[in-house]
Design a protein around this ligand. Structure first.
Ligand code: NAD
Length: 259
């Protein structure tokens, strides 16, 4: 508790899932949290559940004007911005041969353009006060490919690359940029049919954790990167994926789990 006392944080895509969990955890650690999402009613409800003081905005991360409005309003109301979590994301389950141009664009507008605009507009504000921590929520799909996830994988590799360049450019100006790589999280995106956890866990037996992840486990990683405890972390890639990107088991070799 209190690891983020006195800090002002913005979390995008915080109406539900991982974003809501991150916002809740940042608040529990003492941050003054602002939540945003394209889902208006849901983001206001999410803010209410966090605290009476939690500000909320309808926000399409792919719109520059939305970012500028939020930046201005948060500055006016809170006087500064210390933490930005670029969490809003859009998934598309389609193969290379099926993907429509329009759908490809939409995924990139939210995931790539949204992250770029956030880092640029809020980053500029942070640079002016020579202080800030930006955390981009990427994915195991930013590390390795999976069939059926062409557009999403491309967008997450882009976030990974942009996080590195931003870390290089903003680090000397007092702003740290890091990225987090979740996989297999129990949210609408990760478990769209809301199947019972025990049932979903069966599909994870070939990975080291042998279970689906909880959004709180991503939030714990974000708290670390948001706090001064990670003051020497810049351009860091932090996987929260139950070991999914560690490699593959040879199931007939020693040390393989029973599936
Ligand atoms: N769930 C997983 O297994 C998983 C794995 C790897 C990475 N991630 C990443 O974690 C992040 C959160 O995922 P989640 O599982 O909570 O998904 P989710 O679908 O439950 O939540 C995503 C949130 O982003 C919001 N959003 C979508 N488009 C937006 C836009 N244009 N502007 C603002 N907000 C918008 C949605 O309204 C929603 O509230 C995403 O970036 C996702 O790619 C999730």
């Amino acid at each position: 508790m209190g690891r983020l006392e006195g800090k002002v944080a913005i979390v995008t895509g915080a109406a539900r899932g991982i974003g809501a969990s991150i916002a809740t955890k940042l608040h529990q650690e003492g941050a003054d949290v602002v939540v945003t999402d394209i889902l208006e009613e849901e983001v206001h409800a999410s803010a209410k559940a966090i605290s009476k003081e939690c500000l909320s905005f309808k926000h399409d991360v792919s719109r520059k004007e939305d970012w500028e409005t939020i930046c201005k309003q948060v500055k006016e109301k809170k006087n500064k911005i210390d933490i930005l979590v670029n969490n809003a994301g859009r998934l598309l389950f389609q193969t290379l041969l099926e993907t429509e141009e329009e759908d490809f664009r939409k995924v990139h507008e939210v995931n790539v353009l949204g992250t770029f605009l956030g880092m640029q507009i809020i980053g500029k504000e942070m640079v002016s006060s020579k202080n800030g921590s930006i955390i981009n929520i990427c994915s195991s799909s930013g590390i390795e490919g999976s069939n059926g996830l062409l557009a999403y994988t491309g967008s997450k590799f882009a976030i990974r690359g942009m996080s590195k360049v931003a870390a290089l450019e903003l680090g000397p100006l007092g702003v740290r940029v890091n990225s987090v790589y979740p996989a297999g999280m129990n949210t609408i995106m990760g478990n769209p049919l809301s199947l019972p956890k025990e049932e979903v866990d069966l599909g994870f037996k070939q990975f080291p954790a042998q279970r689906i992840g909880n959004p709180e486990e991503v939030a714990n990683a974000v708290v670390f990167l948001a706090s001064d405890e990670s003051s020497y972390c810049m351009g860091t890639e932090l996987s929260v994926d139950g070991g999914m990107t560690s490699g593959r088991y040879y199931f007939n070799a020693p040390g393989a789990p029973e599936v």
